[in-house]
Design a protein around this ligand. Structure first.
Ligand SMILES: Cc1cc2nc3c(=O)[nH]c(=O)nc-3n(C[C@H](O)[C@H](O)[C@H](O)COP(=O)(O)OP(=O)(O)OC[C@H]3O[C@@H](n4cnc5c(N)ncnc54)[C@H](O)[C@@H]3O)c2cc1C
Length: 470
């Protein structure tokens, strides 16, 4: 029997353990409104468990009564995975599962609960004399459970890997309320299937992560940061290869930025001075981390060499923390500034790094044929082959009419991505935004394997239904 909404709320309120329940629509706003404002379904209620045991009781009850549940952390996801789809779901917020369970900087790991904010996890690591190297622009709100469930990437994947690679073990409540106790700090464990890697990146469809053991690293002594002028993405790639060779594992970030995006930020007053050395169609924002005992000036020397061979035309090295902050602000605001220029069409894609220049050239050419006057703004994690392939509407165009023409533009970009051996979702996931696309492009056998795993772990389909898998 399907429960009515009042029965669901009554059932939630009667659960044993500490589950705060919000059922008044006026109080649910912050849980329903997501960063891109694309998804607008209501929820039956928001439940906020105060302990893992309370969450277990909630899941056992939801499973028995076939009540769909959406795990939510910081609600910063960009593909609608954390917000309702059908309007009959209960949002389960992890915000109260926010304890640090242990830190061992010498051994290189810490265990934190799912609701710990990413920035707080970084702070805890720092205070213990170590570094948790996952940096994303939403780190002040995103929570560890959400970061792991969306396998977030960010600006240092190049050197440290994405969330999956930074996680040693997880604890999770399964769809039926059982607890998977997978917290361990082992670097080696070949005892069968890797269940941690299934739960990480599952976007809340296979279980609710309650805690994780995360890798810690030695803190660099200093960062050398620069912006180099490159004539094209092909030159940026050459520079990437050259600096990677010259600086070894110390190259921690290599981001591509078009002049278009820097110019917009200056026009809209989002940066108060130009962080670049001079005008150039493209720039590379580069960071090299110097460990204790390392020789200073590695980036400067690499850039001088590149200037000497004509690989780059100009460059500026940050001389203060303020310079560095400005350079990073210019990179991090690259997406936001587009909303000040009207509508924009976005793609989070990746290709093998050697194909990035081709992807950008062929993607821009194809889209300009479809929409003359469109303003390309591809930028992002070039060192990982992950480009945020965005386009701003033509100057003066009607935003609604522009967005109505998005489909052929998506198709052109995804065609180029797939032809070049890439992925249609590099770091933001599938959520509810890309389920149709996933079905179209995923290898049919892989898709069936994913369905079989979902069926085995969540036979009643109550965990984030309609997300990832249609
Ligand atoms: C300004 C901005 C910048 C960003 N930059 C980057 C970036 O550089 N790189 C990048 O990879 N991403 C980036 N993101 C998106 C990124 O995925 C999220 O910010 C973050 O990883 C999600 O964490 P969250 O706690 O907000 O999760 P939510 O948004 O709450 O949830 C995300 C997904 O995880 C699931 N989930 C949440 N908690 C749990 C849990 N405990 N157990 C199981 N499932 C759970 C949800 O159901 C949903 O499917 C950015 C987002 C914003 C708004």
């Amino acid at each position: 029997m399907t429960l009515t909404n009042p029965q669901i709320v009554e059932g939630l309120r009667a659960l044993p353990g500490d589950n705060a329940v919000i059922a008044e629509p006026a109080r649910m706003g912050n849980f329903l409104s997501e960063p891109r404002k694309r998804f607008h379904a209501a929820a039956v209620a928001v439940a906020i468990p105060g302990s893992v045991a309370a969450l277990q009781a909630l899941m056992a009850w939801a499973n028995e009564n076939r009540v769909p549940v959406i795990p939510q952390g910081g609600n910063t996801g960009l593909v609608g995975g954390q917000v309702p789809l059908a309007g009959n779901e209960v949002i389960v917020s992890t915000t109260r599962l926010d304890k640090v369970r242990g830190v061992d900087a010498d051994a290189g790991h810490m265990t934190v609960e799912a609701g710990v904010i990413l920035q707080e996890a970084q702070r805890v690591a720092d205070e213990a004399g170590a570094m948790f190297p996952l940096y994303i622009a939403s780190q002040g709100s995103a929570r560890i459970g959400g970061v792991l469930s969306s396998n977030a990437g960010g600006v240092q994947v190049l050197a440290y890997g994405n969330a999956r690679e930074l996680c040693l073990g997880v604890e999770a409540v399964l769809a039926d309320g059982r607890l998977y106790r997978g917290l361990n700090a082992l670097r080696k464990d070949n005892t069968g299937y890797d269940l941690k890697d299934l739960l990480v990146g599952a976007e809340g469809t296979l279980g609710i992560i309650t805690a994780a053991t995360l890798k810690l690293f030695p803190k660099p002594e200093a960062q050398e940061t620069a912006i180099a002028n490159v004539a094209s993405p092909a030159e940026a790639l050459d520079l990437f290869y050259a600096l990677r060779e010259r600086t070894g594992g110390r190259l921690t970030a290599f981001e591509l930025m078009p002049r278009f995006g820097i110019g917009l930020q200056l026009t809209h007053g989002m940066i108060d001075r130009d962080p670049t050395a001079s005008l150039s169609p493209w720039y590379a924002l580069i960071e090299v981390s110097r460990m204790r005992g390392g020789t200073p000036g590695a980036l400067q020397a690499g850039l001088e060499e590149a200037l000497g061979t004509g690989m780059i035309a100009d460059a500026v090295v940050a001389e203060s923390l303020e310079d560095r902050a400005l350079m990073w602000a210019a990179r991090e605001q690259m997406s936001d500034v587009q909303s000040r220029e009207g509508a924009s069409i976005k793609h989070d894609v990746s290709v093998p790094i050697a194909e990035v220049p081709r992807l950008i050239a062929e993607g821009i050419a194809a889209v300009e044929r479809i929409a003359p006057g469109i303003r390309p703004c591809p930028f992002g994690h070039m060192g990982d082959g992950n480009i945020h392939f965005n386009f701003s509407q033509p100057v003066g165009a009607d935003p609604k009419a522009f967005m109505a023409g998005a489909e052929p533009i998506h198709a052109a970009i995804y065609e180029a991505v797939l032809r070049l051996g890439g992925s249609v979702s590099a770091e933001h996931g599938i959520g509810q935004l890309k389920t149709g696309l996933l079905r179209q492009v995923k290898d049919p056998v892989a898709f069936e394997m994913m369905r079989a795993i979902k069926q085995a772990l969540d036979p009643n389909g109550i965990l984030n239904p309609g997300k990832v898998l249609e």
